[in-house]
Unconditional design. Structure first.
Length: 329
């Protein structure tokens, strides 16, 4: 892969000639032009007076795109903010620190502890914030939130800047290096990430302040869902009704509910996903997304400040877990 990338990369604007092979006998040339490609990493929208910000990964462009989104929220007089880090597998450490810098007024964002003490390093936020301290912030996390997204969630939580909702994160808090060895190689962990409260997140993850899980499928539910998917009923409905009305969707979803005995919001979501295949999917789903619903309820109920006052740091939560495990053994 490294050899392929070294041949493909180069000065933007230059052409690159590729030879494409399909099967054993088909080969044809394709010429492409080198360019700086920005993969969209931030999507945003207003939910009434709440700014909703979804970060899918951290690249060199992410912090600027987050700043652009917040600027738009400011123009729309937002009063609170939801940062969605679910299924964000990480990306660049510096990009995560730069995003945290928009919320934190100086102080530690993350600490890296290495095998060798002279390689230890602290990443700190600069003075001043882009997001005012009186703007309530809720962060959504789940089992797919890893690495750089855990650094951001951990920093905002430990610094008392955000309330976390969802599920325990993945627990990717290590820095690894790959070294060649003859025709193979090996990977070694050289350092680990620690949050501002000195909590190690590697293989542990970050627990939410409020646990909200999506309903688990029973074995019977899974069998019925598999039958529905393989029946091709939903793609057929989408093809026969371009585009269907809301009433048609509801009627169809209710008929599937009676036939397959599955959750109605789930069925509506499956239908919407199929209808959105040829377009951009909606930024959020208020009907099905119970974690997002809980975040909105907390921000609208006035309970946020009280919850933040009683929230504990990640280190405190880990110490409590260690104590409970010791007592249980």
């Amino acid at each position: 892969m490294d050899e392929v990338l070294s041949r493909l990369r180069g000065t933007p604007g230059e052409p690159v000639r590729l030879l494409i092979r399909r099967g054993e006998r088909i080969e044809f040339p394709v010429t492409i032009t080198r360019a700086i490609i920005e993969v969209p990493t931030v999507r945003h929208a207003m939910i009434d007076d709440i700014g909703y910000l979804r970060i899918t990964t951290f690249t060199p462009f992410t912090a600027d795109r987050v700043r652009d989104a917040i600027t738009e929220f400011q123009q729309n007089n937002y009063r609170s903010l939801i940062i969605d880090l679910r299924n964000n597998y990480g990306g660049l450490l510096n990009a995560s620190v730069q995003v945290a810098n928009l919320f934190l007024d100086g102080g530690l964002v993350v600490r890296i502890r290495s095998r060798m003490a002279h390689e230890n390093r602290d990443f700190n936020a600069s003075r001043g914030t882009f997001v005012p301290v009186d703007i309530p912030v809720v962060v959504l996390i789940n089992r797919g939130s890893a690495s750089a997204s855990e650094i951001l969630a951990g920093a905002l939580k430990d610094r008392g800047r955000a309330y976390l909702i969802g599920e325990n994160t993945f627990g990717k808090g290590s820095v690894q290096q790959v070294y060649p060895l003859n025709n193979a190689g090996f990977r070694i962990t050289t350092s680990r990430y620690f949050t501002p409260s000195d909590a190690n997140i590697d293989k542990i993850g970050i627990p939410p302040d409020r646990l909200v899980r999506f309903p688990e499928y029973t074995e019977e539910d899974a069998i019925r869902l598999n039958e529905l998917i393989n029946s091709n009923r939903i793609p057929e409905f989408a093809g026969q009704n371009p585009p269907p009305t809301a009433a048609q969707i509801d009627t169809f979803a209710q008929s599937l509910e009676r036939e397959y005995r599955l959750n109605l919001p789930l069925l509506r979501r499956l239908i919407r996903n199929e209808l959105n295949r040829a377009t951009f999917a909606p930024i959020y789903d208020l009907e099905y997304d119970i974690q997002l619903q809980e975040a909105i309820n907390i921000l609208r109920s006035g309970a946020y400040n009280n919850l933040m006052q009683n929230a504990r740091s990640l280190r405190e939560l880990q110490e409590e877990l260690e104590k409970n495990l010791a007592l249980a053994s």
